[in-house]
Write a protein that binds this ligand. Structure first.
Ligand code: GRG
Length: 285
């Protein structure tokens, strides 16, 4: 494996991945206003965690393919992530006028336009996957994983649960289920797609899935802790608002330890995947 650490990987990969995504949005989008509005949100400084997770999973098990061959799949994840943020910010959903410190998509381009930008990004993600030069069963598997994880049993289901129950206090198990669906699903898809591209055997696939679920849940709880501390808005159905900051950090620590334990069961060098857990370094003390 060429990369040992998240920071090395991201420094090396993010500029060329961004270039790939921009060039291919321009190539596939034939409507100038749509192209501009898609690129506005895609280029607004996301961490690219999901593409990097896909690439890291792949390179943990295989090192015989140049990065560029995986960019369509990595980029597809970022398109879906960006669509979910644009739609989540809409007045009918979270009604947020700022995203990554900049006006959200609908504030710049209008509400109807932002809905269409999300629709376009979602559709384009599957077009990119379907055009990949991998064996057909692999491409079909990628499409299957992504559509399953972001649809009515994954991300959209989680978002629906949040909206339907916004005026009532959910119990901890329901909040965990909501977080797993809303946030872990796409993170799970990232790891599963990296594993599918590298032809990872079944036993290791299920270990990686546990790792991804731990990471995804910890990721959402950390996001909610940060919002809880920085935002006066009291969102009821989050882990920190139900069990408090200290208990939420304890939950993150146990998820991170379990994630590490999962990786110990893989004989390949998992240092690259393990380095993603440094994202939670502030919660580990
Ligand atoms: C609208 C169908 C639909 C789904 C929305 C994912 C989601 C469901 C809503 C987005 C809002 C939210 C709080 C999502 C939780 C996931 C999360 C922590 C998103 C932020 O992800 P980062 O930190 O963002 O990777 P960057 O800015 O780095 O890309």
């Amino acid at each position: 494996m060429i990369y040992k650490d998240y920071n090395d990987l991201s420094k090396d990969v993010i500029p060329s991945l961004n270039e790939y995504i921009d060039v291919h949005i321009e190539k596939y989008s034939l409507q100038p206003c749509l192209t501009k509005a898609m690129k506005y949100s895609i280029d607004s400084g996301g961490k690219r965690i999901r593409p990097l997770l896909l690439l890291s999973t792949f390179y943990t098990f295989s090192d015989d393919l140049p990065l560029e061959h995986l960019f369509a799949a990595a980029g597809a994840l970022e398109l879906v992530h960006t669509y979910s943020l644009i739609h989540d910010d809409l007045p009918a959903m979270d009604n947020s006028s700022v995203r990554r410190g900049k006006p959200s998509n609908h504030k710049v381009f209008g509400e109807a336009e932002a809905i269409l930008v999300g629709d376009a990004l979602l559709s384009l993600s599957f077009e990119w996957l379907s055009n990949m030069s991998f064996p057909t069963p692999t491409v079909t598997r990628l499409i299957n994983i992504l559509s399953h994880e972001i649809g009515p049993s994954g991300m959209v289901a989680g978002q629906m649960k949040e909206i339907v129950h916004k005026n009532e206090q959910l119990c901890i198990d329901d909040i965990l289920d909501l977080d797993i669906k809303k946030t872990s699903s796409l993170i799970l898809a990232s790891v599963q797609m990296g594993a599918a591209l590298a032809d990872v055997p079944f036993r290791q696939q299920s270990i990686l899935e546990k790792f991804a679920n731990d990471f995804g849940l910890a990721f959402q709880i950390k996001d909610d802790i940060d919002d809880f501390c920085n935002d006066s808005k009291n969102i009821k159905n989050t882990i920190p608002s139900l069990i408090g900051i200290d208990n939420s950090k304890k939950k993150i620590r146990s998820l991170v330890l379990d994630a590490k334990k999962q990786l110990d069961n893989i004989s390949e060098d998992t240092s690259l995947l393990e380095s993603f857990l440094n994202y939670f370094k502030d919660e580990m003390v």
